[in-house]
Ligand binder design. Structure first.
Ligand SMILES: NC(=O)c1ccc[n+]([C@@H]2O[C@H](COP(=O)([O-])OP(=O)(O)OC[C@H]3O[C@@H](n4cnc5c(N)ncnc54)[C@H](O)[C@@H]3O)[C@@H](O)[C@H]2O)c1
Length: 414
């Protein structure tokens, strides 16, 4: 295949990282970019010119994504925009029957997710959630250990998004919304009107991979609990005084939202969303099997009966993870080291581009995307209904029983 023709919709913080990483690939050509922020468009263009690449067509109107998708001959498009825009943009892109790489996002409603699934099926478009955490080196090494039976049978997993976003949710003046920069312009508003796990995919993506969700296993139910919401008010009061309107504003989003999922194979999964209070960044992974446990919190901690230890953490968990390093990382780790921001991003884009080249489903497909994203509206529903246990839909309509295991999937094993 000739170079893969890519369009990029949204070149803010994240889209710009994708652009720079795609520019490092010699099998990709950036054909067009759409973003109403002309400063961001100009910055994107300067990266392209520095690389000596051909200037892409630029679309700066609010609905420029439609013109981009109508006019350009593209193989794939990457969408990195404010959360509320994913649905209309991805739907429009899927109607073109192309590959759509979707940044980690937050779904608004179940209806939108069902509609995206139906649109992909009707028009043949292929969707991949670009969940970089799935390619975390440690997660993939643990996957190898699970494959080799070192954990015995899995019974429980944990993960989540625990990231103190307070300085991102507000400008230095403690404002958000129109007139503020980057995510303060759109993300904080979700904390005002929604209460649920608003950002589940960094946690659930890797766990879904380890538990083979939609591949012989599936989520059956979910229930969510939320704490009170005080973190954002206290943060604003600390920086601008208690009389600031955002120090008194009612934020619906609980500071810590905890969601428990059950699976068809009898495991439980606990996800945490924690973005309003002080703490260091963590995805807080835990994998518990009958024969051992992995915890990633302030470093890696492994305890595996296989290695003969008696009730103490393995002395050198780092070394053990290196021993089980995944062959993808062994083969492409050096190339990944050149990636802008994080090496995981190399692998997620590699998979997206290669799926296009090989004209196949991406490793994480539309079923995975809607499954992971649906945790947000389902958790909102659960909290609204006094933490009710909510049935988890089977988007695959039974196909989860035959779909090939993540552990046997060809793009991982070559
Ligand atoms: N995977 C990760 O590690 C990671 C990290 C950060 C953000 N994200 C996700 O990436 C996405 C984007 O976040 P961000 O931090 O880049 O936000 P951002 O605000 O910095 O960038 C969003 C960009 O979208 C543009 N935009 C707005 N309306 C548009 C439209 N109609 N058409 C095209 N572009 C439009 C904005 O002008 C801006 O340039 C979010 O879903 C966020 O959750 C993922």
């Amino acid at each position: 295949m000739d170079k893969v023709r890519i369009g990029i919709i949204g070149v803010g913080y994240r889209g710009m990282i994708h652009l720079q990483n795609l520019l490092q690939r010699d099998d990709v050509i950036i054909r067009a970019i759409s973003d109403p922020n002309i400063d961001n468009l100009a910055k994107a263009l300067s990266f392209i010119e520095t690389r000596g690449e051909k200037k892409p067509n630029l679309y700066s109107e609010l609905n420029g994504y439609k013109h981009l998708l109508d006019k350009e001959k593209l193989d794939g498009v990457i969408v990195s925009v404010p959360w509320h825009l994913y649905y209309p943009i991805c739907k429009y892109a899927l109607e073109k029957g192309i590959y759509v790489g979707v940044e980690a996002a937050s779904a608004q409603t179940m209806e939108e997710l069902y509609d995206l699934l139906e649109t992909a099926q009707r028009f043949g478009g292929k969707c991949m959630l670009l969940e970089n955490a799935c390619y975390h080196r440690d997660v993939m090494a643990v996957m190898n250990m699970i494959k080799d039976g070192l954990f015995g049978e899995l019974v429980h997993c944990r993960g989540g998004y625990e990231h103190d976003l307070r300085s991102i949710k507000f400008s230095p003046e403690m404002e958000f919304g129109a007139g503020t920069q980057s995510e303060a312009a759109w993300r904080t508003e979700h904390s005002v009107r929604r209460n649920g796990d608003l950002y589940p995919t960094h946690g659930v993506g890797p766990i879904a991979q380890l538990l083979d969700i939609n591949r012989g296993n599936r989520f059956i139910s979910l229930s969510s609990y939320s704490t009170k919401s005080v973190g954002l008010n206290r943060y604003v009061a600390k920086h601008q005084g208690g009389q600031h309107e955002n120090a008194k504003r009612k934020f619906r989003l609980g500071d810590v939202v905890t969601t428990t999922l059950t699976t068809a194979k009898g495991e439980t999964v606990v996800l945490t969303h924690n973005t309003n209070v002080a703490r260091p960044y963590s995805l807080g992974f835990r994998v518990q099997g009958t024969d051992g446990i992995w915890i990633q919190e302030n470093g890696n901690h492994l305890y595996l009966e296989h290695f003969g230890e008696d009730n103490i953490w393995h002395a050198d968990s780092k070394q053990l993870l290196e021993q089980f390093d995944h062959n993808l990382w062994q083969r492409f780790g050096l190339a990944a080291a050149k990636t802008v921001r994080h090496e995981m991003d190399y692998f997620v884009l590699k998979e997206f581009v290669e799926a296009i080249q090989e004209e196949r489903e991406p490793r994480f497909d539309i079923y995975d995307m809607v499954t992971w994203l649906s945790i947000t509206p389902l958790s909102e529903r659960s909290i609204e209904q006094d933490n009710a246990k909510v049935a988890f839909p089977d988007f695959t309509e039974g196909k989860w029983q035959e779909r090939i295991s993540f552990y046997k999937e060809p793009s991982l094993t070559y």
